[in-house]
Structure formats: structure tokens, C-alpha cells
Design a protein around this ligand. Structure first.
Ligand code: SF4
Length: 113
């Protein structure tokens, strides 16, 4: 039996997930999905920033296009930290396709003119 806090909404239900994947403690169906996902293949959304190579001391914010497996976060952050881009940038611009073969793109989230 694993106990975890549902983070899907601010209510923060305390979930219990047994070895058969039965979830209790949820106040809505989203907690069931979260509890099963979190105990079988936990995923995390990634946001960060990368250097703008032609603008000294300037960073631009980026995000992953989809959640990534929790156990890949360190590798993904290392790969993101190695990326650079030249200004101007556009929101939605892809900096890196299929990062580390995970099927996730790294996308610019700030416009720099
Ligand atoms: S189970 Fe539903 S109500 Fe409870 S925290 Fe998760 S999303 Fe919110």
C-alpha cells in the first residue's frame, strides 16, 4: 500500500494505492488516474530556461511539450542546460526535437525581439 497526496487540484486528497492498483481516498475520478499513474509511471512537467547566445546575460524560458518520466528528470535537465538559441525568439518555437529520444520537444515560452 502506498500513500500519496493528489496534486491534481488544491484539495490535496490523501490517496492510498494498493498492489492491485485500487485507489481510495480520492474525492473525484481524477485522483484514481493520478494515483495509478504516480505509482506505475510517474511523470513530471518540465520548465526551465536556456541561454540566448547573441544576448549577453540573457535567458529565455522553455518547457517540455509533454510530461516526462520522473526518473529521466536529471538527464533531461542536463540536456536542456546545454541548449542555446539566438534571438529573436517566438513563443512555441522548437529549440530541440525529440529530446533524448523521449518523444518530447523543448519549446520556447517567451518572445524576445
Ligand atoms: S482526488 Fe480529485 S478532489 Fe482530490 S485532490 Fe485529486 S483532483 Fe482534487
Amino acid at each position: 500500500m502506498k500513500e500519496l497526496i493528489c496534486i491534481v487540484c488544491p484539495r490535496g486528497c490523501v490517496l492510498k494505492v494498493d498492489k492491485q492498483g485500487n485507489v481510495t481516498g480520492n474525492l473525484c475520478p481524477r485522483g484514481i488516474k493520478y494515483g495509478i499513474q504516480e505509482t506505475t509511471n510517474p511523470l513530471r512537467n518540465i520548465t526551465s530556461s536556456i541561454k540566448v547566445s547573441n544576448r549577453p546575460h540573457t535567458l529565455v524560458s522553455v518547457k517540455a511539450s509533454a510530461p516526462i518520466p520522473k526518473d529521466k528528470i536529471f538527464d533531461v535537465m542536463t540536456a536542456i542546460n546545454a541548449l542555446t538559441i539566438e534571438a529573436p525568439t517566438e513563443i512555441g518555437q522548437v529549440v530541440k526535437h525529440d529530446l533524448l529520444g523521449l518523444g518530447v520537444n523543448i519549446i520556447i515560452t517567451k518572445k524576445i525581439v
